[in-house]
Write a protein that binds this ligand. Structure first.
Ligand SMILES: [Zn+2]
Ligand SMILES: [Zn+2]
Ligand SMILES: [Zn+2]
Length: 552
């Protein structure tokens, strides 16, 4: 899945993560179809009939047709894998399908037949949904990157980090096109350049050293940290030539090796400048008690200048992790480090020398595409269009592959069409019918979905048209629609709805006023009767012959 040795982990701090799919609105996305299928099958394995079709249908509906997202997906299909990549493709398929790699047909340059059938079924479904599909001459991620570099799309959707090596600038590694659990995780080549000083050529060098899909093992024993330490030292114009030189057994001088480790470890180069000049000198003797230059016997007798005890004799016990700052110790540290660097480089050199034909020029050529050959298979147009799904064949297709009944398909699929139907009503002189049968008859209510106000529109059937297979349709359906589109397509429905809203408001206002007046009347009656009662208590009525007991 791209550069080996945990490349995605390396760049994880540079990830842009969002749970808002609306960030993809109107963005053209080149989606690597094989990876998309493999990921989705892993999610739904054994739980649904033809999970690749089921999930593709729902996710395309979410991505493309939902008003909350409205992205423009372009699916990219792998061509034949270069022979170099065959083992990686088999391993990838084996990992997700659970079929042991040995059982997979590795004898020719084709993947498992069932998987290819799944891909072709997906292509057929996408065709019925009228979502563009492009076929690559070889690797889908290479074509995705090419489309993005040429401005045909805005981002590549693939978990294959090779896309960066093919020159992609924006890669969406994870795209969960699911309204309930949305997730977009993307990475930018510019972030990788800024934060890690890694350009496309550096990434190719890393792939050659630690492995990639074309060369699964890389150079055995060269880990990520060694490879990073090597490639980051050279500019993008130098790095691949340096790999070629090492392949020809032309190795850098010890000074260059010293600088290699300086740049990688943040070593202070001022300290390292004269390292080579003093390699032969040994460290001066030091006191075992305080750790300063001199010896314990002398310090006990005469004191230590560095401890400040010359007048009192003796010296203090050195602290844990004590590091002597004298020139001799600093030099000793530089010498040891240089020896370590030389050993590091000779080990690395031995590993590189053990590989024949390093670096593999074929891999460099595949990634850099120096011949500028397009990865787009001939005869395909880049005039991409996203049009209304073809309902009748779509119903037949979903019915036969997923065993969905027509009413269920229409419930799920008609909202995809309503947008296109309303657009043609808004633009055309004649009245368009949704699926040849429904017409918008009223606006039921205003609702808010993910912060966006929408109209809920009711569509009624205009006749007793029976769908494919003669099954009975619903008499009415409802869809959520953009307010602006409804205002253009059905202004009469909008004014009727607004009148209803006004009437509804007036009615509520009248009822409210009535209850308010009633409440005031009640309050007045209550207060006047209470005042009367109070008045009676203060001025009790004198009845002849009866006297009230005095309060005194
Ligand atoms: Zn001492
Ligand atoms: Zn001392
Ligand atoms: Zn010292």
């Amino acid at each position: 899945m791209g550069v080996g040795g945990g490349f995605w982990e390396l760049i994880k701090p540079l990830r842009h993560s969002s749970e808002d799919l609306s960030t993809l609105q109107d963005k053209r996305l080149a989606i690597d179809l094989s990876h998309w299928i493999v990921q989705q099958e892993a999610v739904l394995k054994d739980r649904a009939r033809k999970p690749h079709l089921r999930l593709l249908f729902f996710r395309v509906v979410t991505l493309k047709f939902s008003l909350q997202v409205g992205a423009l997906p372009v699916f990219v299909v792998d061509g034949d894998a270069p022979l170099l990549k065959l083992p990686a493709r088999i391993e990838r398929f084996s990992r997700f399908s659970g079929i042991p790699a040995a059982q997979l047909n590795g004898g020719d340059n084709h993947r498992n037949r069932a998987f290819l059938e799944n891909v072709e079924e997906c292509v057929e479904l996408l065709g019925l949904l009228n979502v563009p599909v492009l076929r690559a001459t070889s690797e889908a991620e290479a074509l995705c990157a090419e489309l993005e570099r040429n401005g045909v799309v805005d981002a590549c959707v693939t978990p294959d980090s090779d896309a960066f090596l093919h020159g992609a600038r924006c890669v969406i590694q994870t795209l969960q096109a699911d309204i309930k659990k949305p997730l977009v995780e993307s990475y930018l080549a510019s972030d990788i350049r800024l934060a890690l000083q890694l350009e496309r050529e550096h990434l190719i060098a890393l792939a050659l050293l630690v492995g990639c899909d074309y060369n699964l093992r890389g150079i055995p024993g060269v880990g990520y940290s060694n490879a990073m330490r090597l490639v980051q030292h050279f500019s993008k114009d130098e790095i691949l030539d340096n790999l070629r030189k090492w392949g020809r057994r032309e190795y850098p001088s010890p000074e260059v090796i010293g600088k290699l480790s300086d740049s990688a470890n943040g070593f202070d180069s001022k300290e390292g400048d004269d390292a080579a000049l003093h390699l032969g000198r040994r460290k001066d003797s030091h006191c075992s008690m305080c750790g300063h230059p001199g010896n314990k016997k002398l310090h006990t007798k005469l004191g230590c200048e560095d401890c400040g005890s010359l007048n009192t004799a003796g010296c203090s016990q050195k602290a844990k992790n004590f590091k002597c700052g004298c020139g001799s110790c600093a030099q000793d540290r530089r010498r040891k480090k240089h020896e370590k660097d030389v050993t590091w480089w000779s080990n690395l050199r031995a590993k590189i020398s053990a590989i024949e034909d390093f670096p593999n020029e074929e891999i460099i050529e595949i990634f850099l595409n120096t011949g500028a050959t397009s990865y787009l298979r001939e005869g395909q147009s880049l005039d991409l269009r996203w049009e209304a799904p073809q309902m009748e064949p779509l119903e037949l297709f979903l019915g036969s592959h997923l065993h969905w009944d027509v009413s269920y398909i229409r419930k799920k699929a008609l909202p995809l069409l309503s947008h296109y139907c309303l657009k043609s009503i808004a633009e055309g002189p004649s009245m368009a019918l949704l699926n040849g049968r429904y017409t918008p008859t009223s606006i039921l209510k205003l609702k808010t979905n993910v912060g966006k106000p929408l109209y809920v529109v009711k569509w009624n059937a205009v006749d007793s048209f029976g769908g494919p297979g003669g099954e009975t349709n619903e008499d009415s359906i409802t869809t959520d629609e953009q307010i602006s589109l409804i205002k253009r397509a059905c202004p009469a429905l909008v004014s009727k709805f607004e009148d209803q809203q006004v009437n509804c408001f007036l009615l509520s206002y009248t009822i409210f006023s009535f209850f308010l007046s009633f409440f005031f009347v009640f309050l007045c009656c209550f207060r006047s009767s209470r005042d009367r009662l109070d008045g009676k208590r203060k001025n009790p009525i004198q009845i002849k012959g009866v006297s009230c007991p005095s309060s005194k």
